[in-house]
Design a protein around this ligand. Structure first.
Ligand code: ADP
Length: 218
């Protein structure tokens, strides 16, 4: 589902964040991406969601070469890749419902269909009863679950997360990881960047390690 073929990313200024990175993540697989701060984890995720472009090498998502997507096609491509951020990037002047509905509104989905899909997504993260409240009234764990509902509302085949439990205590972190696991169990390909090694070791999934921009084998 995700295939990196000798991908190198250099930022303006010359810093090489990723060097000749190659790996494959199969359809329906779930993996963690680990490594020290600055190892290149966020950069790798940004390349998959077309927020950055590689300098060398090729990236395939769902068999499609990302080189082929022009700037104008990026919004269309993003519907196939759900993304969860550490700080969840919710809009605090909108209700939970409206936050989750946002990607569907942008995609031009009909209002009745939006209602149905938003409630299905909120149900999956256990927040159906909170659709009318504002995110500020929710706990950190609940806010992160709203972020996850928003990421999956388009039913993307790929779900990426960048330190999704960075601000949460161990118990809540485990709950959030179990949610990702549930999406994986219904066929979603999941890649989660995290430096929480204790949590990762509990989960028994594949681990992809980066060290100074290079993939560590084994
Ligand atoms: P991680 O997510 O593992 O902490 P990142 O991918 O964020 O690592 O960063 C990898 C390296 O690339 C770091 O040294 C970081 O400073 C650098 N970097 C990240 N983004 C940029 C940018 N937009 N411009 C220049 N350097 C960057």
């Amino acid at each position: 589902m995700i295939h990196f073929d000798r991908v190198t990313k250099r930022y303006p200024g010359g810093f090489e964040a990723l060097t000749e990175v190659s790996f494959k993540l199969g359809r329906g697989e779930m993996a963690f991406l680990t490594g020290h701060s600055g190892a290149g984890k966020s950069t790798l995720l940004k390349l998959i969601m077309l927020m950055e472009r590689p300098n060398k090498g090729q990236i395939f998502v769902g068999g499609q070469n990302l080189d082929r997507f022009s700037r104008g096609q990026i919004p269309y491509f993003r519907r196939h890749v759900g993304v969860v951020f550490q700080n969840h990037q919710l809009l605090f002047d909108r209700t939970v419902f409206d936050n989750v509905a946002l990607p569907l509104e942008i995609a031009g989905v009909a209002p009745r269909e939006i209602g149905r899909r938003v409630r299905a997504a909120l149900d999956k993260v256990g927040l159906l009863k909170k659709e009318k409240v504002f995110p500020i009234t929710l706990s950190g764990g609940e806010q992160q679950r709203v972020g996850i509902a928003r990421a999956v509302v388009n039913k993307p085949p790929v779900l990426l997360a960048d330190e999704p439990t960075g601000n949460l205590d161990p118990e809540l972190s485990e709950e959030i990881m179990k949610l990702f696991q549930q999406f994986n169990q219904v066929g979603v390909t999941v890649l989660i960047a995290s430096h929480d090694l204790a949590l990762i070791s509990h989960m028994h999934h594949r681990v992809i390690r980066l060290d100074h921009g290079q993939l560590q084998l084994g």
